[in-house]
Design a protein around this ligand. Structure first.
Ligand code: SF4
Length: 66
């Protein structure tokens, strides 16, 4: 099953804990909020990191779509 990730920008507070948990998947935009670095499906070998980032986000701003 494929996995996609998105960030709810209304919730994101720019902690960057997602980028620490999954630096290949999350970076920051021009105001310091999270930006998803990949378009489309998360590669299989990064799915665990995506789940870690989702679980560590204090604002529950990361959504995983499967
Ligand atoms: S950890 Fe959550 S709130 Fe913080 S930058 Fe990442 S997505 Fe945004």
């Amino acid at each position: 099953m494929s996995m996609r990730i998105q960030v709810d920008q209304a919730r994101c507070h720019g902690h960057q804990m997602c980028a620490i948990a999954a630096p290949k998947l999350f970076g920051s935009d021009e105001i310091g909020n999270a930006a998803v670095l990949i378009a489309g499906d998360v590669p299989r070998d990064l799915e665990a990191a995506a789940r870690r980032a989702e679980g560590n986000c204090p604002e529950r701003a990361i959504e995983i779509i499967e």
